[in-house]
Design a protein around this ligand. Structure first.
Ligand code: C5P
Length: 226
């Protein structure tokens, strides 16, 4: 699967369809998140047909509820599905167990620390560890309880590769091509740097979707990461 994933963060179905059509040749998957899915649900999802979907719903609830949510999503057959690692070990295990009951289950990816959070942001929610320590702790826990991979910032990719090895899938947002606007992302790298660091997939949203020519922007990033 190609390494570029584009985030279609919009509530405009026509816009999402146009992006999907233009970007499909350049991406390994399209990422649909809360903005799109809460606006258009299953019908909107179905309209994206033909491209693997990374369904980024960042589930975070008690284990029983998350397992039920995963079961509700399985008929859509996403390639990847996210849960928050901070939901805890039993929640991650419940998500994986629920997903494992179908052929070709989605990869269960655990979100460690949101790439919009920096050290001050962690402190504001009462976490005293460094970002890297917090990410590593959550990552080891989530993988030990069955997660197939992790969503992490590019800055943590080297330490996670070292700690967890090659088989863990690392999906990495917080990507900004040289000179691009960082927006609300705090921990960023360029596409090439992130892949060099060991990312399996990079997730790029606004640098592609907000550009005048999204297909050209995606193609340029795809070329850059080879
Ligand atoms: O537009 P931008 O490239 O910042 O989009 C990044 C995408 O990755 C967004 O859809 C965001 O929800 C998602 N994401 C993230 N940080 C995480 C997990 C997911 O930015 N830790």
């Amino acid at each position: 699967m190609k390494r570029l994933i584009t985030a279609l963060d919009t509530s405009d179905l026509r816009q999402a369809k146009a992006w999907a059509k233009a970007l499909a040749p350049h991406v390994g998957a399209l990422k649909l998140g809360l903005e799109f899915f809460l606006a258009h649900g299953r019908d909107g999802y179905a309209a994206m047909d033909g491209v693997p979907i990374f369904l980024d719903l960042k589930l975070h609830d008690i284990p029983n509820t998350v397992a039920g949510a995963v079961r509700s999503i399985l008929p859509l057959q996403p390639a990847m599905l996210t849960v928050h690692a901070s939901g805890g070990p039993d929640m991650v295990a419940a998500a994986k167990d629920a997903a494992s009951r179908v052929p070709n289950p989605p990869l269960i990816l655990a979100v460690t620390v949101l790439t919009s959070l920096n050290q001050a942001g962690l402190q504001a929610i009462g976490l005293k560890r460094s970002v890297e320590e917090q990410v590593t702790l959550l990552a080891e826990m989530a993988i030990s309880r069955g997660a197939d991979g992790l969503v992490c910032s590019p800055l943590e990719v080297p330490v996670l590769r070292k700690t967890l090895g090659r088989s863990v899938k690392l999906v990495v947002p917080g990507i900004r091509p040289p000179g691009a606007d960082r927006g609300d992302q705090a921990r960023t790298m360029t596409p090439w740097e992130a892949v060099q660091a060991g990312a399996d997939w990079i997730v790029v949203g606004r640098p592609i979707t907000a550009s005048a020519d999204p297909a050209a922007a995606a193609s340029a990033i795809a070329m850059e990461i080879g």
